[in-house]
Design a protein around this ligand. Sequence first.
Ligand code: ASP
Ligand code: MG
Length: 472
Amino acid sequence: MNSMLIVMKFGGTSVGSAERIMQAGQLAVDTAAKGHQVVVVTSAMSKVTDVLIGAARLASTGQWDPALRQELFERHKAVADAIVGNDAARHEAVLDVLRQRLDRFEKLCYGLSMVHELTPRLLDAISGTGEMLSAPLVAAAIASLGRASQAVDATEVIVATGQYGGAEPLMDETRAKAAALLRPMIALGEIPVVTGFIAATTDGVLTTLGRGGSDYSASIVGAALDADEVWIWTDVDGVMTANPSEVPGARTLSEISYSEASELAYYGAKVLHYKTILPAFRQRIPVRILNSFNPGHPGTRVTVEGHPSAQGVKAVTSIRGVILVAISGTGMQGIPGIVAKTFDVVAAQQANVLMISQASSENNICFVLSAAEAPRVVAALRTALELELMRGHIEEITAEQQVAIVAAVGDRMRGAPGIAATVFSALGAAGVNVIAISQGSSERNISLVVTEHDAADAVRAIHGAFQLDQTS
Ligand code: ASP
Ligand code: MG
């Protein structure tokens, strides 16, 4: 293998304990030993971000429980004890950093408990603490394995907008900072360990990139450094043809395209979020999804070409617990504006539409929302469309519980005739009733609504019809 610059990210479970952190450190060191340059991006230890957010919420009601600080300290200290307990100087240095970070956390929560107002900016300042605690531990683990390493706060590397809780990177500024700070370390053969999830505005105020944002951090740092590859170490063997708990024959896909990855993520598969992919995609940097619990497995590579499959369909996913909202009435035909009004309401409620379908008779439009968003959208629709309901242009607005979206995804579905036929005859043979259908004009997915009860059968039927259990 040629020498590459690899940005590798470890998720929360991959740094969830002392043992996991040592393993993560070992993976970084082994990769560097093969002659590669390595930059690590780390998440907080598993569940820590949730604890931090819980503490912030509690503090904003006027309660601050110092035991929380102690718990966080104990959990991270136990890791420090295990990995550098035998090196007094290094151990004390790590504990010092942990104390400083937790002091800051405690002060923020204490202040919050006085003012009782949790702004998004303050929530970011608090929720980003987890990565600031894990990065020094990962760096210490790497150093204990004999490779120089430093923890780096991403506030010094990633410059982002001030949308707290969902900041977007400013790539030119980030490029300059990453080059100035990280390149010299890399040139010395060191492994920088950058905190995932957090960034800073141009004014230096801490922001976060949104929940699960460490993957995004890795992709941003990879793009900023013109890395050769970005490796996402997680707890599954890459992207699979289906959920293995639903389909026993599901297998790992060795390669998928950026667009397949984003379609799959959209339909609930445990893949990279679409935003995560963008910075890498823009520079054609391959992203590998690897299992830190099973590092010998080659995982999945996400690339431009994505190793297209002749069968067309590459994977089948499902999203359960979603709600089908239907607006129907024979009077809707040819009355302009009902669709526009409907989606204005959806947008005003900031709800995310997972799928839309309208029959060409125009007597019915239906769309799928998450169960959390559906009730308020339906209530708002009933108000906004009151006149149309009264006039009888619309007969009813219904919300069907307990449905699932099943989606078949693949780049090569585009322009390939017969795919829909295969899908629907497989469903027919399995006795699955299809409630609604939609195919995006990208032709990269066919999605359908079925009852939740039928979802697993539907996924298995499609998986079987395209023989996805066999390598192509
Ligand atoms: N620690 C953050 C979270 O739990 C970011 C991440 O893990 O990707 O959302
Ligand atoms: Mg995570």
